[in-house]
Design a protein around this ligand. Structure first.
Ligand code: GDP
Ligand code: MG
Length: 441
């Protein structure tokens, strides 16, 4: 694949903004990569279309080819899709005892994963955990969980022959309350294929214990099937998250993307082996790299972008040391602050500015104000920006009106500019500026 790609990239060496043609050519290869990684066809198609729209017209980083740039954009979009808004490791398990229902097909890794999760909750989160097997069909299933429990030092519900799944679940709840457990994990029975009896049983258990989390365990190597299973379980039982097992295999894990795109459910953990500690929090970056299989290119573009930012910072610093800090510089700084999450975080990074950061916070300095200040600078002429000393009353009025603000706001901005320019100069002499800027870029 990478050979095919480099062929494409050789043909695409023009610089500038990404043309529709550049993007299309590169995305054709990306689409193949996604399908090879077992991303389902409709998901791959939609994903590529969304990136096509987003990428066209974007600037190409210096020393990078358009094809490489597209790969980086695709990678970032993958990470975005996979990330969602939840914290994957944080399960809803307050109000003890919290029931967690483990569902999925037979052989997907439910029982193993129940053990892994119990171990993690016990060791990482310091929870008291009880496990119960509701698998009344396979004779050895309950013993399997019991043995895992002994291995990891987690209690299992005593086995009582003749009970049905709902009865076992209720007994687990009673035991968990009486025994002072924080969490109880219910390992349900699976089938080779989804059938009505299985679904009904899982629904009955759900209604009996009202699980705080219903985690679907799916084999990460099964691609398309995994997605269908997830849709089915979500429609019937309602799932709160997904655990992908067998991600230690050589599959590329495209199921993760399909799953996320189709169900919208967060992927919580990935199983990376048969051992009880082979469970990790889902990391979008890692899976995205694996799905795309173009890690080298992504790293290369990131490096190029960093280099350019470092060069810009270096140039700016040399000017600041000479005492040159005009309105254009201030604007760059303000924009950087917006990008990096506000004034406070930046100033906090600069030595000697901690106090100022606190004042800034008190003054209610937020993104809105940063944007207003940038607007004020934009409404100055080129000359005024280069030489703020020009700004007398009439010019100030014009600028403030141009940005739809008061002259008093402009005065505040000018004052800030003077203070920063002074500070840059002082710090430049002592070599402190270099230190400070290192932290910022
Ligand atoms: P269940 O039928 O859903 O309960 O599946 P089991 O938990 O019994 O697991 C079936 C098989 O898959 C067992 O041999 C497990 O050791 C294996 N297994 C489960 N999770 C993983 C994983 O993340 N990686 C690998 N390599 N094997 C796994
Ligand atoms: Mg099992």
């Amino acid at each position: 694949l990478s050979e095919r790609l480099s062929g494409v990239f050789d043909r695409l060496t023009r610089q500038g903004a990404l043309s529709e043609e550049d993007v299309k050519t590169a995305l054709r290869e990306v689409r193949v990569a996604l399908l090879e990684a077992d991303v389902s066809l409709p998901v791959a198609r939609d994903f590529v279309a969304a990136v096509q729209a987003k990428a066209t017209g974007q600037a190409v980083t210096k020393s990078v080819t358009p094809g490489q740039q597209v790969v980086k954009i695709v990678h970032d979009a993958l990470v975005d899709t996979l990330t969602g808004s939840e914290d994957p490791g944080a399960l809803k398990i307050d109000n003890p005892p919290a029931p967690i229902l483990m569902v999925g097909l037979q052989g997907s890794g439910k029982t193993t994963t129940t053990g892994k999760l119990a171990k993690r909750l016990k060791e990482r989160d310091g929870k008291r955990v009880l496990m119960a097997s509701l698998d009344i069909y396979r004779p050895a299933a309950m013993q399997q969980l019991q043995i895992l429990g002994q291995q990891i030092g987690v209690d299992t519900l005593p086995i009582v022959p003749g009970e049905n799944a709902v009865q076992i679940a209720k007994r687990a709840r009673t035991q968990a309350s009486l025994g002072g457990y924080d969490v109880y994990l219910l390992d349900t029975a699976g089938r080779l294929q989804i059938d009505q009896t299985l679904m009904q049983e899982v629904e009955d258990v759900r209604d009996a214990v009202k699980p705080r989390e219903t985690l679907l365990v799916v084999d990460g190597l099964t691609g398309q099937v995994a997605v269908e299973v997830a849709e089915e379980f979500d429609a019937k039982v309602g799932i709160s998250g997904v655990i992908l097992t067998r991600m230690d295999g050589d599959g590329r894990g495209g199921a993760a993307l399909s799953m996320r795109a189709v169900t919208g459910k967060p992927i919580r953990f990935v199983g990376l082996g048969e051992k009880m500690d082979a469970l990790e929090t889902f990391e979008p970056e890692r899976i995205a790299g694996r799905i795309l299989g173009m890690g080298d290119i992504v790293a290369l573009v990131e490096k190029a972008q960093e280099t350019i930012e470092a060069e810009q910072a270096e140039r700016m610093m040399r000017r600041f040391q000479k005492g040159q800090f005009n309105m254009n510089d201030l604007r760059t700084q303000l924009e950087q602050m917006l990008k990096m999450g506000g004034m406070e975080s930046i100033m906090g990074m600069m030595p000697g500015m901690g106090k100022m950061a606190a004042q800034v916070k008190e003054a209610g300095f937020d993104d809105r104000i940063l944007k207003q200040q940038i607007a004020l600078i934009q409404s100055m002429t080129k000359k005024e920006r280069a030489n703020p000393a020009l700004l007398q009353a009439s010019r100030k009025k014009r600028i403030a009106a141009g940005a739809g603000m008061d002259v008093s706001e402009l005065n505040k901005l000018l004052k800030m500019h003077r203070q920063m320019a002074d500070m840059m100069k002082k710090m430049g002499k002592g070599g402190m500026l270099k230190q400070a800027m290192k932290g910022m870029f």
